[in-house]
Design a binder for this molecule. Structure first.
Ligand code: NAI
Length: 256
């Protein structure tokens, strides 16, 4: 069966682990050739069709060179997934200049460097950019100011890019994942039950579930979507934050 990405070339930043690695696997499984660009070595051996490229996406020069290396290797570029991301847990008085700069450098500056280098190539035949933002770019969290601010930036950058390049045949969309356990970013979470309690579906998402949404946005199945901010969070942000009265009533009556 023909794959949705047969003949297409994709770059996935932060492709060495978590959501990025799952996305690289997914795109390859549907026919793409993929460059997985990451500052760290892959956590698992990537499948055939994934070219690993070491790159610090916080560096303008390295990111520009990474895009050119993908085009030199594969001859074209169709899809860019800006996925690399880092976070810190700290309230503003405790955030150092270096921590703030690092979060912004990886979570938003890097997407700008990659898009600036990629758009001239994507324009040649049209293409798709998918930015991995977060529900933390839509609303606030306790103790995550730098992360919230940087993810808000990439969310609105997505809309502006989409407008500027719609007539170049380049679609630009963002995914806002909710809690995805089992990635580098969430490895350190100890109180998993506390995090799950606010998710209506009662579970975290998986990297593969995010990869499916990213692949959809990158594919022609999303041909009339650009500037969309797609939430995939098990219902977490459907919630106003009010208590769960029916559950409280059931508990009071001794029902599950
Ligand atoms: P992860 O830590 O497994 O993946 C992030 C990847 O980015 C890693 O492979 C890391 O080596 C790479 N990276 C970090 N700094 C880099 C740099 N300077 N240059 C190149 N690569 C760099 O974590 P995860 O969860 O897969 O994160 C992927 C994206 O998903 C991030 O943008 C994150 O903010 C976002 N996200 C994750 C959520 C979660 O609950 N896991 C929720 C919402 C968004």
């Amino acid at each position: 069966m023909a794959g949705r990405f047969d003949g297409k070339v994709a770059i996935v930043t932060g492709g060495g682990s978590g959501i990025g690695a799952a996305t690289a696997r997914r795109l390859v499984s549907e026919g793409a050739q993929v460059m997985a660009a990451d500052i760290n070595a892959p956590k698992e051996q990537p499948p055939e069709g994934v070219m690993v490229h070491r790159c610090d996406v916080a560096s303008s020069a390295e990111t520009t060179a990474m895009v050119e290396a993908a085009v030199a290797r594969f001859g074209r570029l169709d899809i860019l997934v800006n996925n690399a991301g880092v976070g810190i847990m700290a309230e503003t008085p405790d955030v150092t200049d270096e921590q703030w700069r690092k979060v912004f450098a990886v979570n938003i500056d890097a997407a700008f460097y990659a898009c600036r280098a990629a758009i001239p190539h994507l324009r040649k035949q049209g293409g798709a950019i998918v930015n991995v933002a977060s529900i933390s770019g839509l609303f606030g969290d306790y103790g995550m100011t730098a992360y919230n601010a940087s993810k808000g930036a990439i969310t609105n950058y997505t809309r502006a890019l989409a407008m500027d390049h719609a007539r170049d045949g380049i679609r630009v969309n963002a995914i806002c994942p909710g809690l995805i356990i089992g990635t580098g970013l969430t490895d350190g979470i100890k109180d998993v039950a506390g995090w799950l309690s606010i998710i209506p579906m009662g579970r975290s998402g998986t990297p593969d579930e995010m990869a499916k949404v990213i692949a959809f946005l990158a594919s022609d199945d999303a041909s009339f979507m650009t500037g969309s901010i797609v939430v995939a969070d098990g219902g977490a942000t459907a919630h106003t934050g009010q208590p769960n009265f029916p559950a409280q009533r059931r508990a009071a009556m001794g029902k599950a």
